[in-house]
Design a protein around this ligand. Structure first.
Ligand SMILES: Cc1cc2nc3c(=O)[nH]c(=O)nc-3n(C[C@H](O)[C@H](O)[C@H](O)COP(=O)(O)O)c2cc1C
Length: 312
């Protein structure tokens, strides 16, 4: 499962792992905040109580600070370290971090080598095809990652200027795969088992990473895993399972964030879980108006009593 800020938090990781299969990357962790011991950031990076491997993703610019942060992340239970060199968001690239580093390959190399030296953990790098379509440099960047000691790389088949629009370019991912010896993870527009399989066939990548399609579908990673291993399509998730998963997700959010934040966060998940179901718009409109969990659970019960198994 792809790292997604605001999504791949502990509640989501727990839920995804309850279905089985796959690995999950944490939300990105800002190295300057981690080094300052910012309590919120430290909590995001702390995966010590999770009984499955969590790849912790770091974002920043300064190579020495990256090395210190990798050590801190290791102490906080990271299974391996992923370096974010693909985030397109202004706030990040304006700090010379994320996708900005596709334009500063010398600093990118320094960062990777210093993290590799700082920790015995595996170090991976996630990046895009380049800054924009006039500056596609994924092959050169991939070779630099390999030469700097990365254990594997993940390539998202878009440029920084694409953000998330357009179709991911799997051909360039194939070129990257053919140009390096380290394993390559392909990312961009995988939505189910057959599209994961198609990506592997077209690009020869060693693994795939899935982001947006998992929103409101934490079972998807396990379904894709099953498909790739057995070529069988899992039976579709029932309405009853959607409801029980949503309720479990809300419970995990409450346990982790407390009621106030959990209620606010649950609104986006409700929208995702009921996507494509009958009368979902009315359900969403009623849910976002609720101001306490008693009312919220009433709205959920009413909706799922109304929507039938044939309404998907
Ligand atoms: C809400 C959201 C948050 C994201 N946060 C991160 C992040 O923290 N780090 C990162 O490397 N990529 C992040 N991404 C990008 C995804 O990891 C992934 O590369 C992208 O969504 C493409 O994959 P997909 O087509 O399967 O969604 C984020 C994407 C979304 C939609």
């Amino acid at each position: 499962m792809a790292p997604m800020a605001g999504i791949t938090d502990k509640p989501m990781r727990k839920l995804v792992h309850s279905f089985g299969g796959g690995n999950i990357v944490s939300e990105m962790v800002a190295i300057n905040a981690l080094e300052r011991k910012n309590p919120k950031t430290t909590r995001i990076a702390d995966v010590r109580d999770e009984p499955y491997p969590v790849i912790v993703q770091l974002v920043g610019y300064d190579d020495a600070m990256f090395a210190d942060s990798a050590k801190l992340a290791a102490d906080l239970g990271a299974y391996s370290i992923d370096i974010n060199m693909g985030c397109p968001v202004k706030k990040i690239v304006n700090n010379n971090s994320g996708a900005y580093l596709s334009k500063d390959i010398i600093q990118a190399a320094k960062i990777i080598s210093s993290v590799v030296k700082a920790t015995p953990l595996k170090v991976s790098v996630k990046f895009r095809l380049g800054w924009d379509h006039e500056h596609i440099n994924a092959v050169e960047f991939a070779k630099m990652c390999q030469d700097s000691g990365a254990s594997y790389i993940t390539v998202h088949g878009r440029t920084r200027s694409d953000f998330y629009s357009g179709v991911a370019d799997w051909n360039t991912i194939a070129e990257v795969k053919a140009s390096v010896k380290i394993p390559v993870v392909g990312n961009g527009d995988i939505v189910d088992g057959p599209s994961a399989s198609a990506m592997i066939e077209q690009t020869n990548v060693d693994a795939v990473m899935v982001g947006r399609a998992t929103l409101g579908a934490p079972w998807l990673i396990s379904q894709i895993d099953n498909y790739l291993k057995q070529q069988t399509i899992s039976s579709s998730v029932s309405i009853a399972q959607i409801k029980s998963t949503l309720l479990t997700h809300i419970k995990e959010l409450r346990d982790y964030y407390g009621d106030r934040t959990a209620l606010a966060l649950s609104r986006k998940y409700v929208c995702w879980y009921c996507k494509g179901l009958r009368d979902a718009k009315r359900f969403r409109e009623q849910y976002v108006k609720t101001s306490d969990f008693n009312t919220a659970f009433g709205v959920i019960d009413d909706y799922f009593n109304f929507v039938g198994e044939d309404d998907k």
